[in-house]
Design a protein around this ligand. Structure first.
Ligand code: PEP
Length: 247
């Protein structure tokens, strides 16, 4: 079974009611490739606004979820609360949270388990720093981030992996098609060895890091690139071209 192309838009901490409504009506009206699965991820305050205004067929993702069901966890949001608001996806393990908020591989893995057990789908991010790439440890870094998840879960059917080299996020420095394909192939091989050949065949592996309307078509031709996680460009009409990269 071919893997369905997937494009996620990570708005990060950007937007207002007005600008997010504008992005949503742009997406509702744009001519988008019906073969591509599209998920947008606005800040948590606007998740419900997005869900209520987006057309059917485009899903909404939180940018994070907590690993406890409810209680005294100020500032956090539970899986149940997301589902109650019609939110079906969450991003987890984004490098900005790993770096700025000191999220460990183990914590990301716990949240991934709780999210998938609770019925959410997860865009699970992984990726190396420039120093790690230059030291030749990219595959080790990425697979150890993923192994923390594999230690807690065996069913990868609700997970989409996003490979996001940290040096390419928001920097305008995109990984070359060869660099991206090489890591994607290594992740797929790791899935086959550590999880199962079925999981390796079925799991979508997205590329993220300065994806634009200019580089998306070449990247999308690579055999192990099954879509994109897009930051900055997801706030602009360029996002439509990225969604249509395979069309
Ligand atoms: C991201 O933060 O997930 C991302 C890929 O950002 P950008 O596209 O802006 O590099």
């Amino acid at each position: 079974m071919p893997r369905q192309f997937f494009v996620g838009g990570n708005f990060k901490m950007n937007g207002t009611i007005k600008s997010i409504k504008d992005i949503i009506s742009g997406l509702n009206d744009a001519k988008l490739d019906g073969e591509t699965e599209v998920v947008i991820s606005p800040p948590s305050l606007y998740l419900l606004l997005a869900r209520e205004n987006l057309k059917k067929g485009i899903e909404v993702a939180a940018q994070n979820v907590f690993d406890k069901p409810n209680g005294a966890f100020t500032g956090e949001i539970s899986v149940e609360q997301l589902k109650d608001s019609g939110i079906t996806w969450t991003i987890l393990g984004h490098s900005e949270r790993r770096t700025l908020l000191a999220e460990t591989d183990d914590f990301v893995a716990s949240k991934t388990k709780v999210a998938t057990d609770g019925g959410l789908s997860v865009i699970l991010c992984c990726g190396e720093t420039l120093e790690q790439r230059e030291a030749g440890t990219t595959t080790d870094v990425v697979t150890s981030q993923l192994k923390a998840v594999a230690d807690k879960i065996s069913d990868w059917s609700k997970i989409v992996i996003a490979y996001e080299p940290i040096w390419a996020i928001g920097t305008g420095k995109v990984a070359s098609t060869e660099q991206a394909q090489e890591v994607h192939a290594a992740i797929r091989k790791w899935l086959s060895d550590a999880v199962s050949s079925d999981a390796a065949e079925a799991t979508r592996i997205l590329y993220g890091g300065s994806v634009s309307e200019k580089n998306c078509v070449e990247l999308a031709k690579q055999p192990d690139i099954d879509g994109f996680l897009v930051g900055g460009a997801s706030l602009k009409p360029a996002f439509y071209d990225i969604i249509n990269a395979k069309a």
